[in-house]
Design a binder for this molecule. Structure first.
Ligand code: PLP
Length: 401
């Protein structure tokens, strides 16, 4: 027996990866799962990133500065200006090892152990893990499948603000629901934060992935200088660069930035080659490349929704149409969606294929929520999505009989 800290024991396994062992075993048996469980885009990253890697390759890989290369931060600020028509100061950015590290830095610097952050259930599951690591208590307010996962009224949120509340955290567009919150909704949260002296932490990892020509919402557009607002960002999704591990924090408050920098110095630096390659990419990306990306995911979303309506609704599957990110939550006619997702990997196959889904209950922190839901990531081509829905429907019928 070895000693394990309470913090590590309380950190939940990722619901996105928890069933991976069964997927590996299925593959070993010759059954290939459609991986709809993880937000790992199948699209290639921009060719200019690959060029950047070759240009950056050197036999002397030095540490980058802890705050990130200035030239990368300048390229990032210029890219944000081109995409969002906002002017941001490169010195307000800190480069992190993905958005994940940025979030851990924020939980650590904005809160003491026992302090609270308000979140909206369901939300990105790893927030629960970050909270356990840092001793932060997440106070979850539920948003409901039945009304399209809209945010609670400010008055309801206000009732949950205590003397220990330090921040409100919003993922926009939301993983796992795909809901895109507009500027007015974000502004309402910001008003509350101003009233009670809280931080507003905005996770904009999926910011440009929005559908139906809707405007992109970003706090960078209207709260660029607000010391209470931090925008968390990542190169992982919009550039298909999950493995590059580059994220940024936009932190207007000099005091908060300095404290985050102290944490960043303790971990030395974010990856050197990836920053250099990403800088080259940002400076040379052809205009309109995100338009193509949005078009591609929108076509996949539409294909998935059509397949679910045509084949899934008769089988008792219902879902909300996402307006952003590349996920949707589906309600299944089963009591325990985790058991069903596992069954698909361990006991079911159709002509050598099956489907790998994320049970949604791990995205809820209110116990008992989301038991009959799964998250589907539409990160595969349309033919695969259609086939995956067929398998899902047949698998459901096999499971229920
Ligand atoms: C909402 C959200 N935030 C943060 C992350 C972490 O991103 P990164 O790969 O930049 O660490 C993810 C990854 O899926 C995510 O969905």
């Amino acid at each position: 027996m070895v000693f394990l800290s309470e913090r590590s024991r309380n950190t939940p396994p990722s619901p996105i990866r928890r069933l991976s062992r069964f997927a590996r075993e299925a593959k070993a048996r010759g059954v290939l799962p459609y991986a709809l469980n993880i937000g790992q885009p199948d699209l290639e990253c921009p060719a200019s990133f690959q060029e950047g890697v070759l240009q950056a390759a050197s036999r002397h890989i030095e540490y980058a500065p802890s705050e990130g290369f200035l030239s990368f931060r300048e390229a990032w600020a210029e890219w944000c200006e081109r995409e969002l028509a906002v002017s941001t100061d490169p010195d307000h950015y800190l480069v992190t090892v993905g958005a994940s590290e940025g979030l851990v830095f924020l939980f650590t610097t904005c809160c003491d152990p026992g302090d609270e952050i308000i979140i909206f259930d369901p939300t990105y599951a790893n927030y629960m893990g970050f909270a356990e690591q840092t001793g932060v208590r997440l106070v979850s307010l539920s948003s409901r499948f039945e009304d399209g996962f809209q945010l609670p009224e400010p008055e309801t949120i206000r009732k949950h603000i205590t003397s220990r509340t330090r921040a409100i955290l919003l993922c926009n567009p939301n993983n796992p629901t795909g809901v895109l919150y507009g500027e007015e909704e974000v502004q309402r949260l910001l008003d509350l934060c101003h009233r009670y002296g809280l931080y507003l932490l905005l996770d904009e990892t999926y910011r440009e992935i929005v559908y139906d020509q809707q405007p992109i919402t970003s706090a960078l557009k209207f709260a660029t200088e607000d010391p209470h607002v931090v925008v968390v960002d990542s190169l992982s999704k919009r550039f298909s660069l999950c493995g590059a591990r580059i994220g940024t924090l936009h932190v207007p408050s000099p005091e908060l930035r300095e404290k985050i920098l102290s944490l960043a110095q303790a971990r030395l630096a974010a990856p050197t080659l990836e920053q250099q390659a990403a800088e080259h990419m940002l400076r040379t990306l052809p205009p309109g490349s995100l338009e193509a990306l949005r078009g591609c995911y929108q076509a996949r979303r539409d294909c998935l929704l059509t397949a679910l309506q045509e084949k899934g609704s008769a089988a008792g599957i219902s879902c909300c149409s996402p307006s952003g990110a590349f996920y949707l939550l589906a309600k299944l006619p089963v009591e325990n969606a985790e058991e069903f997702a596992r069954f698909l990997l361990t006991d079911y196959q159709h002509e050598g294929r099956t489907v790998f889904l994320s049970p949604a209950k791990g995205f809820y922190s209110i116990p008992g929520s989301g038991e009959d839901e799964v998250r589907i990531a539409f990160v595969l081509q349309e033919d695969s999505l259609r086939h995956a829905v067929e398998i899902l429907v047949e698998g459901l019928s096999a499971y229920r009989s």
